[in-house]
Design a protein around this ligand. Sequence first.
Ligand code: 9MG
Length: 287
Amino acid sequence: MQFHSQSSYQFHCGKYQLTLNRPHVMGIVNVTPDSFSDGGKFVSTNLAVEHALKLIAEGADILDIGGESTRPGAAPVSLDEELSRVIPVIQALRGISTVPLSIDTYKPAVMRAAIAAGADIVNDVRALQEDGAIEAVANSNAGVCLMHMQGTPQTMQLDPKYVDVVEEVKHFLMDRLHVAIAHRIVKERILFDPGFGFGKSTVHNIALIQHLDSLADLGQPLLVGLSRKAVLGQIAGGDEQQRLHAGLAASVISVMKGAKIVRVHDVKATVDALKVVAVVMPVNNEE
Ligand code: 9MG
């Protein structure tokens, strides 16, 4: 496989300017009952922070903190419940770490509270389409990840349909970019994400991986999340816990095809794999 011609982006998020001239690893911190269960809120906050610190020690460049599952079929949680899960974790991490923090949410009230607590990036699987979401980001200096999704997590995998998935995802992301820019969110603050598994069949996901370079050519840094996703099981077999090797292959391919950030559960293994890519990957720092 050829390397996609690698441009280097400056990504402005909160008080950080990340130079994306090497692959960056975003570690996933899910503050949901199935991740850090029982023992009450205090215990789950402590366990989430402990897990976050482990990911930082393993080399995570960014942490993505989420309090509502976006898995297919997952039930939404209330605003109060989501706030009570994520805000204490962000506050605790902000006090002890300088790693850029991302909040995984589509709710404007959670965005605002998370940014006030010290989050630097809003990772929105709905690409700022909720009422008030654009304003929540525009009235801050946070970076934002605009992700494509067809449908909602409750319905998205029932029967996803596209005429041309790659062109439709590209069109959606460019459209959301223009809306964001019209609200004075400068392009240096914006990441694109094709949203693997969000309203996409195996065929759609594979087509998007194959054409990732054309998404990278849209001119915004690309974030990719394939870690432990069903498409990897459909290709390589295995349940969620058995998808590490397939996930590493997916991260390496994504970066070779131009992705700048990979969102993963398995930070140490991914960091090691991407060090190999970074060493042999030509980067054009002129852009
Ligand atoms: C929250 N979340 C789950 N999967 C994701 C993906 O692929 N990308 C982004 N940006 N967020 C995701």
